[in-house]
Design a protein around this ligand. Structure first.
Ligand code: ATP
Length: 353
């Protein structure tokens, strides 16, 4: 397994995830890589030659922290490493589980943990993130900027199909089936791209009759997410809407410090990362919440079939939240390292498999 902590708080939270993986007894070999701002500033390398091919060939999975450093104004390294992995390794499904572990973490009134347990599946290789477009007559009064939203039949179909398959294979925390798939778009305004998503969703839903197919415009979905998150089960959407709604959704589960994600291409080396970025304002202070990274590690182990180890880690995080053995952002008094050590100890005590 490759481990790339990256920049900022990535360098603080990933070591905690690593100690927890080791405590879980998971049979994995971890190899660290120094890709990130420091390396880029030192030798100008963002991704070493053949880097992505090496990751795909030699590793089962990749655990990543975050990229972004104020010293690299262009953020070129973040783009080349993170978007490079998603695009060049074709990790087309960004899986972001949204689960509330304790009522105290949710800013909404009267919401219980069982009320927030849904998953957002974000298309990860197309949309506006392809950087297609350009600027014409830059710096003049006649300047024109065009940002293209790329949606291919193949790209839309495979993420929608992945979403239906995901529903069939996964269950909620309470054991009930995931049997509702909601496609979110803005097809009333973005008619061309939205039209393609609508047609493909309708067509593919015909093959999965046990799953209820639903639709919501992204603006309505944002309102519904804060009015009544109970109604959501699995949501599939494009790259940009997925980016935006998962920050909102992270707010329901205790903030960015709690959110985990996987970047997946079934059957290939996939990459797992906490949803948060490098958070420069809090970096180096031992205050970043490591639970998003630790839950990400659990997600990675589950993806690789180590479900017992993953369950032990999740149970320990749940207990830490209940006992307030957490960082300050979610109400505790521990530092990043101390919160990681608490989970490590709890996981090692939870016994061998
Ligand atoms: P990116 O563009 O890379 O997604 P961003 O600038 O949108 O990053 P983050 O770097 O994720 O955002 O962080 C934004 C703010 O959220 C941070 O400054 C911090 O206050 C808070 N935050 C993010 N992650 C954590 C964490 N793990 N623990 C505590 N607070 C966090």
């Amino acid at each position: 397994m490759a481990v790339i902590p990256g920049d900022g708080i990535g360098q603080e939270v990933i070591p905690q995830a690593v100690r927890v993986i080791q405590a879980s007894g998971a049979n994995v070999e971890l190899t660290g890589f120094d890709w990130g701002a420091d390396r880029y500033l030192r030798d100008g390398v963002t991704v070493p030659a053949d880097g992505f091919a090496m990751l795909g060939r030699d590793y089962d999975a990749i655990l990543v922290g975050a990229f972004g450093d104020p010293r690299v104004k262009t953020n070129i390294h973040a783009k080349e490493i993170l978007l490079g992995m998603r695009f060049k390794m074709d990790l087309y499904a960004n899986v972001r589980p949204i689960r509330l572990l304790d009522a105290a973490l949710c800013p909404l009134k009267g919401i219980e943990p069982k009320d927030v347990d849904f998953v957002v599946l974000r298309e990860n290789t197309e949309g506006v993130y392809t950087d297609a477009g350009g600027v014409f007559k830059q710096g003049t009064a006649d300047e024109i900027a065009i940002q293209e939203d790329i949606n291919t039949r193949k790209g839309v179909e495979r993420i929608i199909r992945y979403a239906f398959e995901y529903c069939e294979k996964h269950r909620k925390a309470d054991g009930s089936p995931r049997n509702k798939l909601l496609m979110c778009d803005k097809s009333n305004a973005m008619t061309h791209a939205g039209g393609l998503w609508q047609r493909v969703f309708k067509e593919v839903s015909g093959e999965y009759l046990k799953i209820t197919a639903q639709h919501m415009y992204v603006d309505a979905l944002c309102m519904q997410m804060v009015r009544d998150p109970r109604q959501f089960d699995v949501i599939v959407t494009n790259n940009m809407f997925g980016d935006i709604i998962t920050d909102l959704a992270a707010g329901l589960q205790g903030g960015l410090g709690m959110a985990a994600s996987g970047n997946i291409h079934p059957g290939r080396t996939s990459m797992f990362e906490p949803v948060h970025g490098s958070a420069p304002p809090i970096a180096g202070k031992n205050i970043a919440n490591p639970f998003g990274a630790i839950l990400t590690a659990a997600m990675m182990l589950a993806h690789l079939g180590m479900t017992a180890e993953a369950a032990k880690i999740e149970a320990a995080v749940l207990e830490a939240v209940r006992q307030k053995k957490t960082t300050q952002d979610i109400g505790g008094k521990l530092g990043t390292k101390e919160a990681g050590e608490w989970i490590e100890e709890r996981v090692s005590k939870s016994g061998a498999n």
